[in-house]
Each structure stands twice: as structure tokens, then as C-alpha cells.
Ligand binder design. Structure first.
Ligand code: ZN
Ligand code: ZN
Length: 366
């Protein structure tokens, strides 16, 4: 019979401030925002809120005490009078004891911490590329963990059409009373922002206003990225439910080492073997480039270890899409392992004609 009183754990004769105190105490324990995902707590809280809705309201409480039940519409037949008293039960009364704000300090702290916008709404992902992919640019699908505005509540975190309940922090008044020494002042309730009422938390996002999902983001990696490059894709990060703003996706690239090409800045280095006669007499040889074979002119008398430059054949610059670095080709002269008598004969003859005694002496003298 006195079910609402039992739910709030109070006597049938409890005063209005006892009702409020009981509601606050229970709300602190069973409020859905404090128990995300706990359906038992949510159910319990909705019964607590329902009981408080009636018992905090003198006319509704009267009706309930007389009839043993209350439903919306019971007092509906006198709409002009409803206006007069609809807020009297919620008024911040003089009976508020100093110390109440201290009691709720931790509750506010919890509410505030949940409402603080995330530190960053940018998200990060990593992608690994081969050297050649990094030179050409590539479309990649990178796994990301992204939080977007909840579709069901449009990011509000509250069920849009559900029945509102009295805010447990201010018990419906929209204001809380704080005291500093002998000073007492009212301030707007931070939980309901002065509205006094809250709709139940959205079940889909548990009141957070956004939902997390693992997805694969298709991104175009520009030509020229190196290991440790960070490419920014605007508007593809997390959504902040408070402001509706969406951050960026930042993709950090890792580029595998290539056995042939080494990148230094925007320049690329490689080593190409050349025969003694090519190095000595000069030649046009074919060398592998970044986008296909290139012709390299080896000048006569080229020494082993000498580097030849192919201008503008290096890595594409990330700063300037038109610009490219250079390709440096290190010459490695391959000394033939003399196999047959004829080759030995030619090499001996070559040695007699091109003695390096002078160079050797000069080297020793240093
Ligand atoms: Zn939602
Ligand atoms: Zn409030």
C-alpha cells in the first residue's frame, strides 16, 4: 500500500525535506550515470524517481495518501490550478541544511568528470608500407577505433522522448545551495543545468552521447612518406558529444627497408656494379630507378665508390608536390677473377702499361 514510501525508505509521515534527502541519498547510489550499463540499478532508479515524483509534490502526495495509488491524469481535470502548484514541491526551501553541498561534492565531481570533453578528439593509426609504396603513394585501409555521435540520441546522451525525472542533484529545483562560512548562496545545478529535470540516459550509448566502433578507414597515403611521417585526415577522428566537433585522423607511416634503395632526406642512394672496362672507358648503362629503368652515363675513368647523381630522380617531396630529391648511384667496379690464360695475359699487359707505383708512393707518403 505505502509502496512509494518503502521504495524511498521513509515513514509515511516523513517531511518534505526527509523525502528530498532520501531521494538524493538513493539517487547517489542508483543513478544510471553512476552505474553505466547496470540495468538492475537503472530499473531501481526509475522506481525511485517515480516514487519521488509523487511524494515530493504536495498535491500528488495527498492524492496518493488518500487513494493508495497515483497516475498521471489523476489531477489533470484542473489544469488551471496545476500551474499554480507545479513547482512548489521543487522550490529550494529554507530547510536546506548547510553542509549539503559538501555532501554532494563527490557526486558533482563524478558528474563533472564524465562531462569533461576528451583530452583529444584526434585519433591515431599506424600503417606499414613497402619502400616502393611509399614512393608511389598508395590507398590503404587502416584499422581505427573511433567514437562517433550516437544515432539514437543524436549525441545528446538522453533518450529523446522518454519521460523526464527530477534531477537527483537538485531534487528538481534547478538550483543548489552552497555555503561558505555564514554565507549561503544558490547556484545553477550543474547536473541539469537549471532545468530541474533529466530524461533517462540513452541506452544505446549509455548516456555518453557517442558510440565507439572499430572500423577500417580508407586513406590515400601521399607519395613521398617516410618512416615516422604523420599524415592528417581532417574530420575523421572522434566526435565530441558536447560541441559536436569532430577531430582528425592522424596516420603514422612506417616504411620497410629496401635491399637496394636507401633514403636520406628526399635523396635516394643505391649501388650499381660496373665492369673494369665500363668504368675505365666510360659507358651508358641501364640502372633501376624509382619508377622504372634509367640510363646512366658512366664517364671514362670512373673510380669504384664514386657517386653519380641523377637529378630529380629521388623521393617525391611531401612539402612540395612538384619537387623531388636526387638519385645517387654509387659505382662499384667489379674486379674480374681471372679465369683463362688469355684474360691473364691482357691484365698483365694492362698492368705493365698502367703502373700505379706513383699513386702508391703518394698514398704511403701521406
Ligand atoms: Zn545515445
Ligand atoms: Zn539539477
Amino acid at each position: 500500500m505505502r509502496e512509494f514510501y518503502t521504495i524511498l525508505g521513509i515513514e509515511t509521515g516523513a517531511s518534505a525535506s526527509d523525502v528530498r534527502r532520501a531521494y538524493r541519498k538513493l539517487a547517489r547510489k542508483y543513478h544510471p550515470d553512476i552505474n553505466p550499463g547496470n540495468t538492475a540499478a537503472a530499473e531501481r532508479f526509475s522506481r525511485i524517481a517515480e516514487a519521488y515524483e509523487v511524494l515530493c509534490h504536495p498535491r500528488k502526495r495527498d492524492y496518493y495518501d488518500t487513494h493508495g495509488y497515483y497516475d498521471e491524469g489523476a489531477l489533470q481535470e484542473k489544469p488551471e490550478r496545476r500551474l499554480g502548484f507545479s513547482f512548489e514541491g521543487f522550490a529550494a526551501s529554507e530547510s536546506e541544511k548547510p553542509g549539503f553541498s559538501e555532501l554532494f561534492e563527490d557526486f558533482f565531481a563524478e558528474v563533472r568528470s564524465r562531462r569533461q570533453p576528451p583530452v583529444s578528439i584526434d585519433i591515431e593509426a599506424q600503417v606499414s608500407l613497402t619502400f616502393h609504396e611509399s614512393m608511389r603513394g598508395v590507398r590503404a585501409a587502416v584499422p581505427v577505433f573511433r567514437r562517433r555521435a550516437c544515432d539514437d540520441c543524436r549525441g545528446l546522451g538522453r533518450r529523446p522522448r522518454a519521460r523526464a525525472y527530477a534531477c537527483p542533484t537538485c531534487t528538481g529545483s534547478g538550483e543548489i545551495v552552497r555555503s561558505r562560512g555564514r554565507l549561503r548562496f544558490a547556484m545553477t545545478c550543474p547536473e541539469c543545468e537549471g532545468g530541474g529535470r533529466l530524461a533517462p540516459a540513452c541506452a544505446s550509448c549509455r548516456g555518453e552521447g557517442r558510440r565507439a566502433s572499430s572500423e577500417r578507414a580508407e586513406v590515400d597515403i601521399p607519395a613521398g612518406v617516410a618512416s615516422g611521417s604523420r599524415v592528417r585526415y581532417p574530420g575523421r577522428g572522434d566526435t565530441d558529444p558536447g560541441t559536436g566537433r569532430t577531430g582528425d585522423l592522424i596516420v603514422a607511416t612506417h616504411v620497410d627497408d629496401d635491399p637496394f634503395f636507401q633514403r636520406v632526406g628526399d635523396n635516394v642512394h643505391c649501388t650499381v656494379p660496373v665492369s673494369v672496362s665500363e668504368a675505365s672507358l666510360g659507358a651508358r648503362i641501364e640502372v633501376p630507378g624509382l619508377d622504372g629503368a634509367l640510363t646512366l652515363k658512366v664517364p671514362p675513368g670512373t673510380q669504384s665508390g664514386q657517386k653519380l647523381r641523377l637529378r630529380g630522380r629521388g623521393a617525391p617531396s611531401l612539402r612540395d608536390s612538384e619537387a623531388r630529391g636526387d638519385l645517387y648511384v654509387a659505382i662499384q667496379v667489379v674486379i674480374p677473377r681471372a679465369l683463362d690464360e688469355r684474360s691473364k695475359e691482357i691484365l698483365r699487359e694492362l698492368g705493365d702499361l698502367n703502373a700505379v707505383d706513383r699513386e702508391r708512393k703518394r698514398a704511403r707518403g701521406r
